[in-house]
Design a protein around this ligand. Structure first.
Ligand code: GUN
Length: 286
């Protein structure tokens, strides 16, 4: 069997078109969604990421501000800048690109972002809201993975889902989202012995470890859905995920490619969160 592809490029294009449509409607009511992206330092990968985020926003009609600072910026100055953006009515979403220079405490910085503008979903208030099923912002990568499952009409109720990786940004929120849809969820991590015994029972596997070939064909139940969050380089320097794609696609029922899978979905969900942050500012209909 060869798995069907879940095409992140095509799905994210649909989502961005919907964001553009809803943004036009908001603008007609006098409100332009605004995103501030803060970059501290010169990390080359971060520079590429923030440029994409600003470009995506503009293409969907959102207002965006790229707020660049030297690596020498003090923590106090960054906190002051965030306070300013928290109070700025033209800004609905604030994203601080990680990693930050070592002299800045990322937890303190994320905590300073107003939860109503936390479009990355990294604030403890956002994490708590997800955990208890209250409205809030969901981290973009696991949110994008849920949209991919939704796009194939996959009903998670009663299914076994295995998440590989326990990061605060992907693994843990992913598990909460799958649980909310009534899957039976297992989180595996670096101290899990015998990964294969878990993955072989899984109907859905989300690989978010950051290690090439962590999931191979012998670890996958025939017909399973495999979502690959990894972003690694192979020996030729080509982008690849955590999954041995050529092997696993012969066993899985559905699979996401890298590139063209979860990556574009993460970018699209940031736009959705920013748009929704703006929509929540509208007066409620009487
Ligand atoms: N660095 C790598 N990925 C991300 C992300 O999704 N958000 C932020 N803020 N920083 C990142």
């Amino acid at each position: 069997m060869t798995a069907q592809l879940i095409d992140g490029n095509a799905l994210s294009a649909q989502i961005r078109a919907d964001v553009a449509r809803r943004t036009r409607a908001l603008k007609e009511r006098g409100l332009t969604p605004g995103l501030a992206v803060i970059l501290v330092g010169e990390d080359p990968a971060s520079q590429v990421y923030v440029r994409h985020k600003v470009k995506d926003s503009e293409e969907s009609g959102l207002h965006s501000v790229l707020d660049r600072h030297p690596a020498s910026l003090s923590e106090a100055a960054l906190l002051a800048r965030i306070a300013q953006l928290n109070a700025d009515p033209a800004i609905h979403g604030i994203l601080v690109q990680l990693p930050l220079p070592r002299h800045i405490d990322a937890n303190k910085v994320i905590a300073a972002i107003a939860p109503t503008k936390d479009v990355d979903g990294f604030h403890v208030a956002s994490a708590g809201a997800l955990m208890v099923g209250q409205p809030g912002f969901w981290p973009c990568t696991p949110y994008g993975c849920m949209k991919m499952l939704e796009s194939i009409g996959y009903d998670l109720r009663g299914k076994n889902a295995v998440v590989l990786g326990r990061s605060n940004i992907v693994g843990k929120p992913m598990a909460m989202m799958l649980l909310q849809k009534n899957a039976t969820v297992t989180i595996c991590h670096s101290a899990t012995p015998d990964l294969r015994s878990h993955t072989l029972r899984a109907d859905v596997i989300v690989a978010a470890v950051g290690k090439r070939n962590i999931l191979t064909a012998d670890m996958v139940k025939p017909g399973a859905v495999v979502i690959d969050v990894g972003m690694n380089r192979n020996d030729e320097g080509k982008l690849c995920g955590d999954v041995d794609f050529p092997g696993v696609r012969e066993v899985a029922g559905w699979i996401t490619p890298v590139p063209g899978g979860v990556g574009p979905m993460t970018r699209a969900m940031l736009l959705v969160n920013t748009l929704e942050a703006a929509e929540r500012c509208l007066p409620k209909p009487q």
